[in-house]
Design a protein around this ligand. Structure first.
Ligand SMILES: Nc1ncnc2c1ncn2[C@@H]1O[C@H](COP(=O)(O)OP(=O)(O)OP(=O)(O)O)[C@@H](O)[C@H]1O
Ligand SMILES: [Mg+2]
Length: 282
């Protein structure tokens, strides 16, 4: 579990650390996906603010995410990582600023919301599978209900997706018959079944026993290799370094650093971030 006491790892500064944009190339990244100059972003986040009561959780966050890129978000507990992910698909409503996903404004317009939910897949720390449905039925459910596929079509596609995440032989099992890693892979297949343009992962391996972390990360790596746009909140620094095109470091509701992995990990000159990395183990 990554939740807990990492707040104390960073001594609170008087002001958030100003964003640092490293313009150096990401040559050290094992899986880098270049963005052609002038390519419009898939997601634009512009001066987004979110408060819970007195707690300013997102403070004028502005950034962009490009198609095909893997962004890894890290930062102390409570810094706003999950809240940002949740605002991207309207699980959380932002107070001000704009979010645009593939040309669709994220707001309360029901039409936009339907379009948004179809474009954005999300995988959580807890798998949230329906316990009374098999793996196959869990994956086939949304395409049948939302995309109006026939039972046969939905199950055919679900079977293909379960094979893609290495669960071909487990399709007829119920969640209680599957390990945590297997359940999380079903959850990934379920999100993919809606054919999203972007996948959001919020600490997908944090609830898993260590021996199951790799099988889930391997599925995520394969997705990245296939060109899926991914935004991943994780404390798996090896994954961040190997798969991330870009690391965003959150500090008290602000993006304190936005850099390619090699700069973030090996050329980091921000003392607070260096201390954080020392704690989580890079
Ligand atoms: N629904 C909510 N109601 C009130 N406060 C909330 C709510 N959701 C989040 N918060 C608060 O917002 C802040 C940011 O929470 P968030 O979950 O985004 O942090 P995080 O960076 O994802 O942390 P962690 O690494 O622990 O998951 C925290 O102080 C949290 O307590
Ligand atoms: Mg979180």
């Amino acid at each position: 579990m990554s939740r807990g006491s990492s707040d104390e790892r960073l001594a609170p500064p008087s002001e958030p650390v100003p964003p640092r944009r490293a313009g150096l190339c990401s040559g050290g990244c094992a899986m880098s996906h270049a963005v052609a100059p002038g390519t419009p972003p898939l997601i634009t986040v512009d001066k987004v603010c979110k408060r819970f009561g007195d707690n300013a959780v997102l403070r004028e966050v502005s950034t962009q995410f490009h198609a095909g890129q893997v962004t890894v978000i890290i930062g102390a507990s409570g810094s706003g990582k999950s809240t940002l992910l949740r605002t991207l698909n309207r699980l959380e409503v932002h107070d001000s600023g704009r979010i645009v996903v593939d040309g669709v404004e994220v707001n309360d317009d029901a039409k936009n919301l339907d379009a948004l939910r179809a474009e954005v897949g999300m995988v959580f720390q807890q798998f949230n599978l329906f316990p009374h449905l098999t793996a196959l039925e869990n994956v086939a459910l949304a395409p049948r209900r939302v995309r109006k596929l026939s039972r046969e079509q939905a199950q055919l596609r679900a079977g293909e997706l379960l094979e893609r995440v290495g669960l071909k032989d487990h399709r007829h099992k119920h969640p209680f018959q599957l390990s945590g890693g297997q359940q999380q892979r079903v959850a990934i297949a379920r999100a993919l079944a809606m054919q999203p343009r972007v996948m959001l992962f919020d600490e997908p391996t944090s609830a898993l026993d260590p021996e199951m972390v790799k099988e889930v990360l391997d599925v995520m790596k394969a997705l990245a290799r296939d060109g899926m746009t991914m935004i991943v909140v994780t404390h798996e620094m090896g994954f961040a370094r190997e798969v991330g095109d870009r690391i965003l470091f959150f500090d008290r509701g602000c993006i304190a650093c936005d850099a390619p992995p090699i700069d973030f990990f090996d050329r980091q000159d921000n003392e607070r971030i260096r201390a954080f990395l020392g704690q989580v183990g890079r």
